[in-house]
Design a protein. Structure first.
Length: 272
């Protein structure tokens, strides 16, 4: 079932890096697309950092876009503060700005980013310093050999419906063989039917016996994707902290939306 407003409350967790500017652009565009309430959270860690200049920039930017914004500031460990803030605010999308794969800001280390993604109930969008400006003409939706892989389909459909994007389905697995291919192709057919019933544009491609993370990033570049949707749990290569999901969040220059299987607002317990 598709909800009327999938992302009605957007939380942007931000710092002063260039990635935060990119994340702000993403947040404002999602807020505009879904008519969302936007909240910006600053976490200062153990430093004496202030965000007054950043706050003014955000207010000016959101005002120019006609978007209302609420600003909040916390001091403490990044993961702890974002996790507490999410629970208090009942947000439906979290957006994080991260540096490129060469490193994160000291108190925004990789564990913080992955802990936020792993603990959040709602989807988390990670945006790199090197990410292009907001574009949603093409969305990559990889489907792997796990029953959980389909739970991200309704989110993808709703984003595509709002943006007019073409969805590029990629059936992919690190293994090959008749059973794996049969399972993945079955998920692809179910997803094609789901998208067709909603009048959404899509293409289909399959790749088996390949490195999943690299295969996804390569194909995302091939189709000029502006967004990749993944599950946080196992889809083909193990649990999130060791999976292709982590590799994508860490390495992809294209924004990655991570969805947790416990998020059943759109999907129900058995997927769509």
């Amino acid at each position: 079932m598709i909800m009327e407003n999938t992302f009605d409350k957007v939380l942007l967790a931000i710092d002063k890096t260039a990635a935060s500017t990119n994340a702000l652009v993403q947040a404002c565009n999602y807020a505009s697309l879904f008519k969302s309430e936007l909240t910006v959270l600053f976490v200062s860690g153990d430093t004496f950092e202030t965000f007054e200049d950043a706050k003014k920039q955000i207010k000016d930017f959101t005002l120019s876009k006609g978007i209302s914004v609420e600003l909040s500031e916390r001091k403490g460990k990044f993961y702890d503060e974002v996790a507490k803030f999410e629970k208090q605010g009942d947000f439906t999308l979290i957006i994080l700005g991260t540096k490129d794969k060469k490193g994160f800001k000291p108190f925004w280390n990789s564990n913080d980013i992955f802990n936020v993604i792993n603990s959040a109930v709602c989807p988390v969008l990670s945006v790199k310093t090197s990410s292009d400006e907001f574009k949603l003409d093409h969305i990559l939706l990889p489907l792997a050999d796990s029953t959980k892989t389909r739970q991200k389909v309704p989110y993808c459909a709703e984003i595509a419906k709002r943006s007019g994007a073409t969805i590029h389905l990629l059936g992919i697995s690190s293994t090959s063989g008749s059973e794996t291919e049969k399972k993945v192709n079955s998920y692809l057919r179910q997803t094609e039917n789901f998208l067709s019933e909603r009048g959404l544009k899509y293409t289909v491609e399959t790749r088996f016996g390949t490195r999943v993370s690299q295969g996804i990033m390569t194909y995302a570049t091939d189709v000029n994707a502006g967004l990749i949707l993944i599950m946080t749990e196992t889809e083909s290569e193990g649990l999130f902290m060791d999976s292709y999901s982590q590799k994508l969040v860490y390495s992809s220059e294209i924004p990655v939306m991570s969805i947790h299987s416990r998020d059943t607002r759109l999907t129900g317990q058995a997927g769509y």
